[in-house]
Design a protein around this ligand. Sequence first.
Ligand code: CA
Length: 333
Amino acid sequence: MGQTTIHSAIDYDRDGKQVGYLYLPQSPHEDAWGSIPIPIAVIKHGSGPTVLITGGNHGDEYEGPITIARMIRELDPGAVQGRLILLPSLNQPAARAGRRLSPIDGKNFNRCFPGNPEGTATEQIVFYLDHVLFPLADAFMDLHSGGSSLQILPSAIIEPAPDPAHAGRIVTAARAFDAPTTVVLNNLGDPRTSTAAAVRAGLTVVGTELTGGGGVTREGVRVCERGVGNVLRHLDVLDAGEAPAFPDKPLYEIPGAKGYVYAPADGVFEAWHDLGDAVEEGQPAGAIHFLDDPGRPPEIARFACSGRLYSRRSPGHTVRGHCVSVVITEHSG
Ligand code: CA
């Protein structure tokens, strides 16, 4: 495949802190020889691993980007052993619009790997991540939240890896994040996500889901800042002080398709459980109300497995097939 179209004055080999942009050339009506500027910082000092940390893969998920931007402002290069490559607004057009998808091409960044240097704007940024940044990195944290449509328990995410030693590195790093909940999650096996691509590149990968609903929660920011610091201390990029503890909390997983509850009709979804609640197979997840037909009884959406409520739809307005609830079960190992 061809070469990246992105150019930048950032020098990945230079010591110290650099803050700048990756420029993706674009030629729209209002800007014939223009660019999309994607913010980036590189902080390099001493010797140690390269850790790539990204937010804004989806443009309506904010706790990760807030955490990364604070690191860019506040982190002293002298505190780093190795190299941090920090991108808080990875899909910049989507982040600028506060939308999950890019308004330029309608693409979901996290369904575009491995990207295409001759494709749409989103596909070109994905290609740069996959073909330029992944080969520089030893570890990768992609910081997601639930976005506009979902609320999700604050959690560290484990992307499964086929090689047991590689999988072990990933599980240890995700446990070191020490989120309130840690979940094995593979998007029903989709290979087009950032974390699936990073696993193929051999990286130690940690994902997150940090609340959501299109807003910013203090709890999500707190979990994210603490977790990112924990992983960087675990990787010895930041000084651990005393050895970090790896709490032996249970691991959870989304048990495939039966973990998802989809709306059985168009209407308004009323959730009947709170995040973290224990739920049972066959139990109602909530009701779909028909507010333009008040004589019609609500339809009930039911859980297809027992476990804990991990996620639920945030907006009331719902269309048949929308995901209204997600259940996690204890990881089977
Ligand atoms: Ca996301």
